[in-house]
Design a protein around this ligand. Structure first.
Ligand code: ATP
Length: 161
């Protein structure tokens, strides 16, 4: 079980470009050509959709979203989804992967959704041996960073950083 991730990323991003033509989706993923990770394509798609959907929902006035993927010497893939939107206050950041947690109930309800997206994404990432983290600055934006071991197998015994 493994999937070549570059075509999956391009496919999901092309759907978002169709749905959200007012946004620019920057893809910096050339370095991962033919890179494979151990996940089903459906679950990789699901994780990407959750992160990109949030990036659009919480974009504020910005219209740029950046998707970056690269591999490191230690046989890990890093996948980042960066937005330049409203950001997440530091006191909320530790809770955003909890089920039903939402930073601003009223605003989140207006934007739609259930508060389950990131909880599902986090479980999926972990199920395939990876981990997900978020960095954010209110008013400047948020980056979600996923680390996954490459399908070569070596990295499964090692942790990133
Ligand atoms: P859904 O279940 O449809 O995704 P949701 O967006 O409310 O609904 P999560 O995806 O779990 O739920 O996100 C939890 C909360 O984290 C959101 O309500 C929002 O407050 C915050 N959040 C998530 N992504 C971002 C982001 N890119 N920028 C700012 N806040 C975010």
């Amino acid at each position: 079980l493994s999937v070549e991730i570059e075509p999956v990323i391009r496919f999901v991003v092309s759907n978002f470009e169709l749905l959200h033509s007012d946004f620019t989706f920057h893809q910096d993923i050339d370095g991962i050509h033919s890179t494979r990770i151990r996940i089903t394509p459906q679950h990789l798609e699901q994780v990407l959709v959750i992160l990109l959907d949030n990036a659009v929902k919480y974009a504020g006035d910005s219209t740029d979203i950046r998707i970056t993927a690269y591999t490191s010497v230690a046989q890990w893939l890093t996948l980042e989804v960066q937005d330049y939107g409203i950001g997440i206050p530091p006191e909320d950041l530790p809770h955003i992967f909890d089920r039903f947690y939402r930073v601003d109930k009223a605003r989140s309800r207006a934007a739609g959704g259930t508060g389950l997206g990131l909880a599902i994404a986090e479980r999926l990432v972990r199920r395939y041996g990876g981990r997900i983290e978020a960095d954010s600055e209110p008013g400047s934006g948020t980056v979600f960073r996923i680390h996954w071991p490459l399908a070569s197998g070596y990295a499964l015994k090692n942790q990133p950083e």
